[in-house]
Ligand binder design. Structure first.
Ligand code: NAD
Length: 507
């Protein structure tokens, strides 16, 4: 392994796992960097009995943690965020190394961890209920939110730190404990971030060490979390196929799941759009992160009067995108996560061609000085109408560009897929913008005007409709998903009075 990779692992506190070049131990995960395929580490996986023990410890820690006042729980998050701030560079580089994001996006992801912790600190003093008018004299009707229990967090490879933080920061201030199963493709990012949390907890009096647990493994470990009756909520981020398998398993034991699944996001460009602004927003949303964000822009519906011009602008801009190592300054497009991802992209482009589209780009790229890795030139796929291939999410940089004639057609095409995560409109026409944001407009969890569909702020609730799973994480009142709602009635009169005027005289 190169010295620079070794030093990134070392700076992230992972010196002990780096350079394990010997024979593969049974029960360990091999972690390769998508930059050039170098083996970074072999990480031991948790056995099924180790997972069971961690879940049990989490359940026991919950019994103590739920009694700690909310603002003190917030103090733990405040201290954790200070450590993350100090280590931001090291953690950002680790994300680039392990997930292949360009450094600016790696650092952006760490910033998201910090931001949600700051949000959670404020939230820890604002977990509020309701007082409700009672129909009975001398009665007090309330709604209170109680801690729920251990929360299982299953995360995807493309946000190897932030997804856990969105869940864990809220769950911990809500009085829950957290058990994290990261993607098998990115365990190192999880280990580095979780180490900071474990150290923060160890120095924090009153917090049992087991309130935050990390379990390393593959799908079977996720299934163990899904099946455990000790885990009242499983928050799972990943493909729709994963959610389709996991959701019913959790429901079968009457557990709750919070699902953040695949997207197939669209934007509409109307005749009054500012084309320069649109171009910059579209290229980042579609080609940035090498198309590997759940909110990546995949379908672009352009008014016919602008379509030829915008297609030309996109072709020119795409041709100049710098492809290379995500650790090098100036790179805009890093690698795909692995060979399977590359193959899926090629199969989708072949299908698009077979369905009559023109494909520009999409071929494998070989950045100078890098042997290995799956780099691609982001693809533009020009078609005259929506094609069958556009109804699925291909987790790669493919942007379909399709003309429309009437605004209602554009809305229909945008909403006409099974997924419902993020959406955008580029327009300076107030009527179109407001219609897009109205009940008859976008059917997605996120709807933006004159800004792309990707790159959400933590202040709003994040998630999507339909096959995206319906979950909401992060800001707004997403915290309620991590708590148990309780309606309480207090009778402070000296008489028993039944609701709805029911009479039941007893001697
Ligand atoms: P994936 O579905 O392959 O894996 C995600 C996680 O689920 C991993 O930790 C994996 O081990 C686990 N898993 C897989 N099958 C499981 C099962 N049956 N039971 C329990 N756990 C299981 O997804 P990926 O390739 O890592 O990530 C890309 C996908 O994630 C894309 O579809 C993307 O849109 C989606 N994603 C969604 C969001 C969102 O917030 N909506 C965010 C990031 C990624």
């Amino acid at each position: 392994m190169s010295n620079s990779y070794h030093s990134i692992l070392q700076q992230a506190g992972l010196a002990s796992v780096s350079g394990n070049g010997g024979a593969a131990a049974p029960g360990s995960l091999e972690v390769h960097t998508p930059i050039d395929g170098t083996l970074l580490a072999r990480v031991p996986m948790d056995s099924s009995s180790a997972v069971a023990a961690k879940i049990q410890a989490s359940a026991e820690a919950f019994l103590r943690w739920r009694e700690v006042p909310g603002p003190q729980r917030g103090e733990l998050l405040r201290r954790f965020a200070l450590r993350v701030r100090t280590d931001k560079q090291a953690l950002g580089k680790l994300i680039s190394l392990e997930a292949g994001k360009i450094l600016s996006e790696g650092l952006g992801e760490v910033q998201e961890v910090i931001d949600i912790c700051d949000f959670a600190v404020g939230l820890s003093r604002q977990i509020y209920g309701l007082t409700i008018a009672s129909e009975r004299p001398g009665h007090h009707l309330l709604e209170r939110w109680q801690p729920l229990g251990p929360v299982g967090v299953i995360s995807a490879f493309n946000f190897p730190m932030a997804v856990w933080a969105w869940n864990a920061a809220l769950a911990l201030v809500c009085g829950d404990t957290v058990i994290w199963k990261p993607s098998e493709k990115t365990p190192l990012s999880a280990m580095a971030l979780h180490r900071l949390m474990a150290e923060t907890i160890a120095e924090f009096s009153g917090a049992p060490v087991a309130i935050s647990q990390l379990i390393i493994g593959k799908r079977d470990v996720g299934e163990q979390l899904a099946d455990s009756e000790l885990v009242p909520l499983v928050s799972a981020t990943g493909s729709t196929a994963m959610g389709r398998a996991l959701g019913p398993r959790v429901a079968a034991r009457f557990g709750r799941s919070l699902l953040e699944l695949g997207g197939n996001n669209a934007a509409i460009v109307t005749p009054t759009a500012d084309l320069n602004l649109t171009l910059r927003a579209v290229v980042f949303a579609a080609a940035g992160t090498a198309g590997q964000r759940c909110t990546t822009l995949r379908r672009l519906f352009v008014h016919r009067s602008l379509c030829t011009r915008l297609r030309e602008m996109l072709r020119k801009s795409y041709a100049s995108l710098a492809i290379g190592s995500p650790l090098e300054g100036g790179t805009l497009i890093g690698p795909l996560i692995d060979a399977a991802s590359y193959e899926r992209m090629q199969a989708t482009l072949a299908a698009a061609k077979a369905q009559g589209a023109t494909v520009i780009g999409g071929e494998r790229a070989a950045p100078a000085g890098i042997g290995g890795g799956f780099y691609v030139r982001p693809a533009l796929v020009e078609a005259d109408r929506p094609l069958a291939v556009m109804s699925d999410e291909t987790f790669a940089p493919i942007l379909y560009v399709v003309p429309y004639d009437s605004f209602s057609d554009a809305l229909q095409m945008q909403n006409g897929v099974r997924q419902g995560l993020s959406s955008a409109i580029f327009t300076n026409d107030m009527r179109e913008a407001e219609t897009f944001l109205s009940a008859t407009g976008s059917d997605c969890g996120i709807a933006n005007v004159n800004t792309g569909p990707s790159g959400a702020e933590i202040g709003g609730a994040f998630g999507g409709e339909k096959e995206t799973g319906g979950g909401r994480e992060s800001g707004s009142d997403a915290w309620k998903a991590y708590m148990r709602r309780q309606t309480q009635t207090v009778n402070y009169s000296s008489a028993v009075q039944l609701a709805q005027g029911v009479e039941f005289p007893v001697d």
